[in-house]
Design a binder for this molecule. Structure first.
Ligand code: DGL
Length: 258
């Protein structure tokens, strides 16, 4: 395994680019390959077996491209498939899970909200995490349709505003003081969410923590890229426009069948 090899990332679509941005900001000298399996989005309404099969497909493709570690930039794939991936492949995997812990430790109202996919909220891993904080009320909400709207370029639509109000205002009424975003697509909705919920409610996601963990894993495995050969590759198996807009013109997004 060469240190020059890229870090692989995959998600059910464009959302994991929110994680990629944090990783690239912290580790600008690392090469990355990002796979957006947008054709199969949303993962959140699929069975665990389907999510595992898709995660294996993405992992194999990243391994065929010599990735040295893999970031599962999707809460749904992490909570449903990372155990299998770790048991099957001999490289480090970094997963992303809803940041329940910091919210549960800091809440003053003892009530926190979580917005995530059905697949994440139904997973055993999520239930185990919530069970650790039995003194905190966790108000769960499935973000039906949010991923599809983002994938189809309708992030700023009236439909999005209406759905966010429907999902978030009941949590405000419940008295939450933390809102956990448990899906890597949702950080892109933060400006809209801030217009709906009161200022005192803190919004947290896991992007920065994943970037720090990635740095740590590279360090302990002695895998930092010390060469000056660096590239950033993005592949999507659906039309690429939405993703191109999210990553910006400095990076090239390519369509690929996978
Ligand atoms: N970005 C994925 C996540 O973090 C979205 C899953 C989906 O496609 O439903 O859960």
């Amino acid at each position: 395994m060469s240190n020059k090899n890229p870090i692989g990332l995959f998600d059910s679509g464009v959302g994991g680019t929110s994680i990629w941005k944090e990783v690239h900001a912290l580790l600008p000298n690392e090469s990355t390959i990002y796979l957006a399996d947008s054709k199969n989005a949303p993962y959140g309404q699929k069975s665990q077996d389907e999510i595992i099969a898709l995660s294996i497909k993405n992992t194999e493709l990243l391994l065929n491209n010599n990735c040295k570690i893999i970031i599962v930039a999707c809460n749904t794939a992490t909570t449903n498939a990372i155990k299998v991936l770790r048991a099957t492949y001999d490289i480090p995997f970094i997963g992303i899970e809803p940041a329940i812990k910091p919210a549960a430790l800091h809440t003053k109202t003892q009530k926190i909200g979580i917005l995530a996919t059905q697949g994440t909220l139904n997973s055993a891993l999520f239930h185990q995490t919530v069970a650790l904080y039995s003194d905190v009320k966790v108000v769960e909400q499935i973000g039906y349709e949010l991923v599809q709207l983002i994938e189809s370029g309708a992030m700023h639509s009236e439909k999005m505003t209406q759905l966010l109000k429907d999902y978030l205002l009941p949590m405000v009424v419940e008295g939450i003081d933390y809102l956990v975003l448990g899906c890597t697509h949702y950080p892109y909705l933060i400006p809209q969410i801030k217009k709906i919920i009161p200022n005192h409610i803190r919004i947290i996601d896991s992007g920065e923590a994943v970037a720090k963990q990635t740095k740590h894993i590279l360090e302990v495995n002695n895998l930092f890229n010390t060469s000056n050969q660096v590239f950033q590759s993005f592949y999507i198996n659906n039309p690429k426009e939405v993703m191109q807009e999210l990553v910006g013109t400095a990076f090239k997004v390519d369509y690929m069948v996978f």
